[in-house]
Design a protein around this ligand. Structure first.
Ligand SMILES: Nc1ncnc2c1ncn2[C@@H]1O[C@H](COP(=O)(O)OP(=O)(O)OP(=O)(O)O)[C@@H](O)[C@H]1O
Ligand code: SF4
Ligand SMILES: [Mg+2]
Length: 380
């Protein structure tokens, strides 16, 4: 079945995040949950954003909508979206129209964020009116079509209240609401968390298909590297509010350069082989109050830690096929000019030679795990 809304005539938009910092007001003052992040989402790609709980994934994603709520605020940086300009500067009606209209967002725990007092159809009409949609019949037809595309009986779902739908159905309703106004940038925050494996696989397939058919630029946020491997072209890895590695998904998963990415991958239990090969990442991720304000944010858990890591922020720079922020990973220039054996020892594969074997011990322990659901809202 073909979707009624064709690919954007201008093609999928680009997303260009530059030097973005988002702070939350706390008892200890304003602390950054996202610090100095620069990142591109290439037009037409699916990017998977991963990182442990509290690493700043949802805060970064909300910035794409300029929807960080108090006590948070975007304190620096820009988010340029093709055709829209810098979203951080948008205000009032323009911002309201951009949300949902050009940027579709499925909030974390979307399956619980529908209004329990209104049918899905009523919420759809509210969304249409709030975006000045003139032809509400066409909007309903589009919603039915999208729901059918996702294997649901559109008419029945539109007549239902949230409690009459399963978790997987509500998640698909969230995706429908994010797409129905013809958004071309789509952000899905944990779209498959809390769903069973079959529903999860089904939703990922739908996301991939709709992404391709509609010509979208898509950001999928997840804890689960398996989800990224399934659905994404690019992977971006966050830790302590910083982006630490970004590149093509196959290259990064096949040969992670950053110690944190490597730790995340080593922690995945395999279905085949020795189950003991999975090594839990030692230590704990930092909280807002324990993220170090200088030096590498990952150093308390890093087996490659050096003196420089304590005082100097590693630059997020190209190492050839990807971007990495780590003092132990040589930047791209070294790859092209390497001639001697000693210089070759600086290449990432050499830097890793001691890491894959044996269990690693953290240099020091971090502090408290953050496990919370945050910033839910209306997917309009
Ligand atoms: N409203 C808020 N007030 C204060 N701190 C907040 C608020 N929302 C988020 N934070 C803090 O900002 C940091 C990043 O949170 P965020 O929700 O963006 O992380 P996340 O990577 O999406 O985590 P999760 O995987 O649990 O969803 C965390 O330390 C969190 O405690
Ligand atoms: S080697 Fe240094 S910069 Fe690289 S991840 Fe470890 S602590 Fe951070
Ligand atoms: Mg989150």
């Amino acid at each position: 079945m073909t979707l009624t809304t064709p690919m954007s005539p201008d093609g999928p938009p680009s997303v260009r995040i530059r030097d973005l910092t988002v702070v939350y007001r706390t008892a200890a003052g304003e602390l950054p949950a996202v610090r100095d992040v620069s990142m591109d989402l290439a037009p037409g790609t699916v990017t998977g954003l991963v990182g442990e709980s509290g690493s700043g994934k949802s805060t970064l994603a909300l910035s794409l909508l300029n929807a960080v709520q108090p006590p948070g605020r975007i304190s620096a940086g820009s988010v340029d979206i093709g055709g829209l300009g810098d979203v951080v500067q948008l205000r009032g009606d323009k911002l309201r129209q951009a949300r949902g209209g050009q940027i579709g967002y499925v909030f974390q725990a979307a399956q619980n964020s529908l209004n329990p007092l209104k049918t899905v159809g009523k919420q759809l009409l509210d969304l249409g009116r709030s975006h000045d949609v003139k032809d509400l019949r066409a909007l309903v037809a589009e919603a039915r079509d999208l729901l059918a595309r996702m294997g649901l009986d559109g008419a029945r779902v539109l007549d239902s209240y949230q409690h009459e739908l399963s978790g997987g159905m509500r998640q698909r309703v969230g995706i429908m609401l994010a797409l129905v106004l013809n958004a071309h940038v789509v952000v899905l925050d944990e779209p498959t968390t809390a769903l069973d494996m079959i529903t999860q696989a089904n939703i990922l397939e739908i996301i991939r298909e709709i992404h391709a058919e509609r010509g979208l630029t898509t950001l999928v946020i997840t804890h689960d590297i398996g989800v990224v491997a399934e659905v994404a072209d690019e992977i971006a890895v966050m830790y302590g509010g910083r982006l630490v590695e970004q590149g093509p998904v196959r290259a990064v998963l096949g040969d992670p350069h950053h110690p944190y990415t490597r730790g995340l991958i080593q922690a995945i239990p395999r279905l085949t082989g020795d189950i003991d090969e999975a090594q839990a990442l030692p230590g704990r991720p930092p909280t807002l109050t324990t993220i170090p304000d200088q030096g590498c944010v990952f150093r308390s858990r890093c087996a490659l830690r050096m003196d420089v890591c304590d005082t100097v922020d590693p630059l997020f720079q190209s190492t050839g096929d990807r971007m990495v922020a780590c003092h132990a990973v040589a930047p791209a220039a070294t790859f092209t000019t390497t001639t001697s054996e000693s210089e070759r020892e600086m290449t990432p594969s050499r830097a890793w030679s001691g890491i894959g074997s044996g269990r690693r011990e953290p240099a020091a322990d971090g502090d408290g795990v953050v496990a919370r659901e945050t910033n839910e809202g209306d997917s309009a």
